[in-house]
Design a protein. Structure first.
Length: 275
């Protein structure tokens, strides 16, 4: 099963003296975040399914500053996204995901790259590995609403039905009183899928914070899993495949926005909306 957003051009597996390593083209920031995460989570244990799992971060073998490639220990485990998408392992995967979300919050481990695809599980050795620390990491008291809005809730929720989640998207993406005067210049929005969706919705040049949040609510609605003929369909997978064509397809973000609007209209017609 292909994991969403996995970039084969940046991540390669190598072998030295029969030992596997991961070679990733990245930034100095991620290298520093990996080091901090490894030190911070040293000896941390998560009790799940009546078993104690140690939490691990890949150990850095070396960092090539010139080539911007970090060489790390290879971790042999199941990808949590794959587990969520498989009917055989889905039930236990949901428990892992919800327990891990609670774990990072309880331990003040504010991992901006928190996502099922960035979590590997070895049930034989009872180890869980967190990978990918490009976006950021903090151990301080932060605004949780902002933390979850920064893609964390979307990553967490896109493979879960509403009744499987321990967090409610309503509260996260609801306009707060202090945000009522916030506006955004549409042309200056850096997140291209948000900007494309705003254009497709014919939003004015200056949009309100509520309109901005509405786009994210639309993403959540569009990505909500659906049941069909006994199978579970994950719209997030199709949406990510559209974005994967962006290097060769100049209309990728427009096609993504069209698909989002189409899915939201379908959900409204089916009355399957809870945001």
């Amino acid at each position: 099963m292909e994991i969403i957003s996995f970039d084969n051009e940046r991540i390669q597996i190598s072998t030295d003296n029969s030992t596997k390593y991961i070679n990733k083209k990245t930034s100095q920031l991620e290298v520093e975040n990996l080091k901090m995460a490894r030190e911070y989570l040293n000896s941390k244990i998560l009790n799940i399914l009546n078993c104690e799992y140690s939490i691990e971060i890949p150990k850095i073998k070396c960092w090539d500053e010139e080539k911007k490639i970090v060489k790390m220990d290879f971790f042999d485990g199941k990808n949590l996204e794959s587990m969520l998408r498989s009917g055989i392992t889905r039930k236990e995967a949901i428990m892992f995901l919800n327990n891990l979300l609670e774990f990072i919050l309880v331990n003040d481990f504010y991992w901006v790259d928190f996502s099922p695809r960035n979590i590997l599980i070895n049930e034989i050795n009872k180890k869980i590995c967190f990978v990918d620390f490009e976006k950021g990491l903090s151990f301080k008291n932060i605004n949780l609403i902002d933390f979850f809005r920064n893609h964390v809730f979307e990553e967490y929720s896109s493979f879960l039905f509403l009744n499987e989640r321990i967090l409610n998207g309503n509260e996260i993406f609801k306009l707060r009183p202090e945000e009522e005067e916030i506006t955004h210049y549409k042309n200056y929005i850096k997140i291209k899928r948000v900007k494309a969706t705003a254009n497709k919705l014919n939003y004015p040049d200056i949009i309100t914070q509520n309109q901005f949040l509405e786009i994210y609510r639309m993403f959540l609605i569009a990505e909500l899993p659906q049941k069909s003929s006994g199978n579970i369909i994950f719209p997030r997978v199709e949406l990510e495949k559209i974005l994967e064509t962006k290097k060769t397809n100049p209309m990728a973000y427009d096609e993504y926005a069209d698909k989002i609007i189409q899915l939201v209209k379908k959900r409204k017609k089916e009355k399957k909306i809870n945001y």
